[in-house]
Design a protein around this ligand. Sequence first.
Ligand SMILES: Cc1ncc(COP(=O)(O)O)c(C=O)c1O
Length: 368
Amino acid sequence: MISKKTKKLMIPGPVEVHPDVLRALAEPVEPHYGDAWVEKYQRVLSLLAEVFNTKGDIFLMMGSGSCAIDAAIGSSLLTGEKIIVGNNGFFGDRLVSIARRNGLKVVEVAGEWGKKLDPQDFSKAFKKHPDAKGVAVVHSETSTTVINPVEEIGPIARKHDAVFIVDAVSALGGLPYDMGAWCIDICATASQKCLGAPPGLAPIAITKRAWEFINRVETNAHGWYTDLRVWRKYSIDWADWHPTPVTMATNIVNALLVALEQLMKEGIVNRMERYRRLALQLREGMRAAGMPPFTPDEELNPVLTAGYSPKGIPSSEVVKYLFEKYNIQISGGLGELKQKVFRIGHMSPIITEQDISLVCNALNAFGK
Ligand SMILES: Cc1ncc(COP(=O)(O)O)c(C=O)c1O
């Protein structure tokens, strides 16, 4: 039986968070400096380093994921330089905008919405534009659920001496990560998705190689807050008492710390496997309900699934039905996929098999 009172947030972020994560938010406000704070802040960074799988620097910017992406692109490339940007969805398009507004010349590698970017297209783009200094790609394209092959695109960027920037906003904490093996130089994400914390923080990881790009021109600046050199300066100069240039959102950092400790307790590999199993369960249920997944099972996104709305019915009807009848909040399609698909986020660390069954049963009841 489906309880009509059950309230479930299953959009592609923000996600439902663990009660202990919420409790951390309610702790008294504390200063963002001093010994105790520095120790806690460093602990958060060291846990994030395990999730990013990097030995590089990590900063915890305050803002949403877009803030970290802006910082990555704006800090590592100079006005007028060329960047090759993969674009096969709404957030690929956002990357293009961010690059343009930082004064860069954008070479778009366009891909069909719903299909993975083709690494060969990046090699071809470098052939035409050997002077390109950067490559940027969305890892998990939240608008289509497609996972782009960053592990194949990274080595191409490396071969052509370009900095490789990845938008991991809906990927980090939901997919196994290896910045080193995949040649990712800067990786940007957000607290409110697979990391299982509330919105407000934008973790960013920067490798030694990326600093070579960032350090090139002292006057290169596309802002102050988003200049990664500012964040590095304070992390060094004030390391022992105030490791950030600005006042930190200490309560959200506390909440993220609890969420990261829970992830470590479960184990990164175990959690990723659990997500994959839940994704398969959901896919099966969607097929049974006559609303098949938008992408094939072999290319499943472990934390996010889109499904076709029944023929002739706009997907907003499915979204509305689940919300009004079952108090389950899912999302509609974005851009080209508006009204064609609905999207179900299962990137919350507290999602269970029962939650997935609830959604499957609700979908199954649609139109009956
Ligand atoms: C892949 C991807 N990139 C970027 C963003 C933008 O993130 P934010 O809203 O945290 O700025 C999102 C948000 O959904 C996303 O899914």
